[in-house]
Design a protein around this ligand. Structure first.
Ligand SMILES: *Cc1c(COP(=O)(O)O)cnc(C)c1O
Length: 462
């Protein structure tokens, strides 16, 4: 046996050979990376044996904790049969059983499962299906090739997903590559563009959306939206009833509703799918992150029989959906997803989650007293704390001050891993996080915000 490389050696190789996502590598190269070796429950453990609470669920994917015995077992059991074979011209048992299991739990009316590998591809598939659907099912409707989406939207990093997204920092430089879309102002109640307050506003922000649908529906294949909140925008929460109203408008104006539950799916908002809070069934549903409990890359686009039917025809009509990836329907991923759904049942994950969501709410409320906490937003087990320079004016910290990043680094020193979005500190714990672990997470969060923002006070004073 060769000796495993030392942390120092790994650190040097990382800086020499790796390119990390969403990372300024010049900065990265100057520091020692935190190298995770193992995990257990809500904890990640680095190469030197130091433990950290996983406050991001390893970027919103982990549900039942790391090294969950049932999930570990499912992986080992499947690997003894086969790791991968294709869905192109063949099928496999885990992919079949998972499709059936998913149709049982997704919003009523969804009937068919198309697999891919990640959230971005699940969105790409939905966009392509929508366009092809209109062409084949309703050629008389003309060219319905465009999409409506909210500003601040994030639906992934591939070109189609970026086209229907609108996070300036990620998207602006690729403008020339993106297809044109129609954008609408999102609800962002803390910084309401209409300067109104909920509920007296009566969701006036929907009026311009209705106007857009009225005037542009002939061009629109679909309206893509994240349900209940725009997570990557910094947990920007929609008022209750918003999604339901969007569903009604899409039906009224003959525009497909594409719901991106990549972040919100699988219990994150307290229900299996966020759509359930509003009794909404989309025409196309994109799921990924939590699908395998955070174990394997797998995604699905789930759609209605109505859409599926549009793709049926004689071979020579070429109505097939011409899309597929090398690892589509990967048996390991599907076996893990099945085990994930099984854990939801055996551990009653959703009912266990209810008191945790309530505790998280109480704990976060204690942050509202801090001088630089502008707004605390929570939807189930997803939370964002928006830090501001000045609470009265809601003036933001300049991005260059990197307040969010500093809070995350402070939290890391105290044993909690976070990944902020600009000045919004994001907390997305695994659903299995215990009450004491949750308390510890918010305690560290609070100490870290205090430490950083009291420093920034003296900074700005000097
Ligand atoms: C993460 C995310 C995506 C993209 O998923 P990837 O697996 O990173 O490609 C798409 N939509 C939403 C809402 C997400 O949170």
């Amino acid at each position: 046996m060769t000796k495993p490389p030392s942390t120092k050696q790994l650190s040097a190789w990382d800086r020499k050979y790796l390119w990390h996502p969403f990372t300024q590598m010049r900065e990265w190269e100057q520091e020692d990376p935190l190298i995770i070796e193992r995990g257990k429950g809500s904890y990640l453990i680095d190469n030197d044996g130091k433990k950290y609470l996983d406050g991001t669920s390893s970027i919103w994917v982990n549900l039942h904790g790391h090294r969950h015995p049932a999930l570990d077992r499912a992986l080992k059991k499947q690997i003894d049969k086969i790791a991968h074979s294709t869905l192109l011209g063949l099928s496999n048992q885990p992919a079949i059983e998972l499709a059936q299991a998913l149709i049982k739990i997704v919003p009523k009316g969804l009937a068919r499962v198309f697999y891919s590998d990640n959230g971005s591809t699940a969105v790409e598939v939905a966009l392509k299906m929508a366009v092809q659907y209109w062409r084949q099912r309703h050629p008389e409707a003309g060219a319905k090739n465009s999409f409506l989406h909210l500003k601040l939207a994030y639906h992934g990093d591939t070109i189609g997903a970026v086209s229907v997204g609108n996070i300036e920092l990620f998207h602006s430089r690729f403008k020339p590559l993106l297809f044109p879309t129609i954008e609408a102002e999102p609800p962002y109640c803390y910084r309401c563009p209409l300067n109104l307050n909920y509920p007296s506003c009566r969701m006036a922000c929907i009026d311009p959306i209705e106007q857009l649908l009225k005037t542009r529906h002939r061009d629109l294949a679909g309206f893509i939206i994240e349900p209940l909140l725009q997570a990557a925008a910094g947990m920007v929460i929609q008022p209750p009833g918003y999604l339901k109203r969007i569903r009604e408008l899409c039906t009224q104006y003959n525009v497909l509703l594409i719901v991106d539950e990549v972040a919100t799916g699988f219990g994150r908002t307290g229900k299996m799918f966020a759509c359930e809070h509003e009794g909404v069934t989309p025409d196309l549903l994109a799921i990924s992150k939590g699908l395998t409990g955070g174990y394997m890359p797998l995604a699905a686009t789930v759609t209605t029989d109505e859409i599926y039917q549009a793709f049926l025809g004689h071979y020579e009509e070429f109505k097939s959906f011409f899309h597929g990836h090398s690892y589509t329907g990967n048996p390991l991923g599907c076996a893990l997803a099945l085990a994930n759904l099984q854990v939801f049942r055996t551990e009653k994950t959703l009912s266990q989650l209810r008191p945790k969501i309530a505790l998280l709410k109480r704990l976060l409320t204690s942050l509202s007293k801090l001088e630089h906490v502008g707004e605390i937003r929570q939807q189930g087990f997803m939370a964002g704390v928006e830090l501001v320079q000045d609470r009265a004016t809601k003036a933001a910290f300049p991005l260059t001050a990197r307040t969010g990043h500093k809070v995350a680094m402070e939290a890391r020193r105290r044993g909690l891993l976070l990944r902020p979005i600009g000045n919004v500190i994001i907390l997305v714990p695994p659903l299995s996080t215990s009450l004491p672990e949750l308390r510890r997470m918010v305690e560290i969060l609070k100490e870290s915000i205090k430490a950083v923002t009291s420093l920034s006070q003296t900074d700005s004073g000097s």
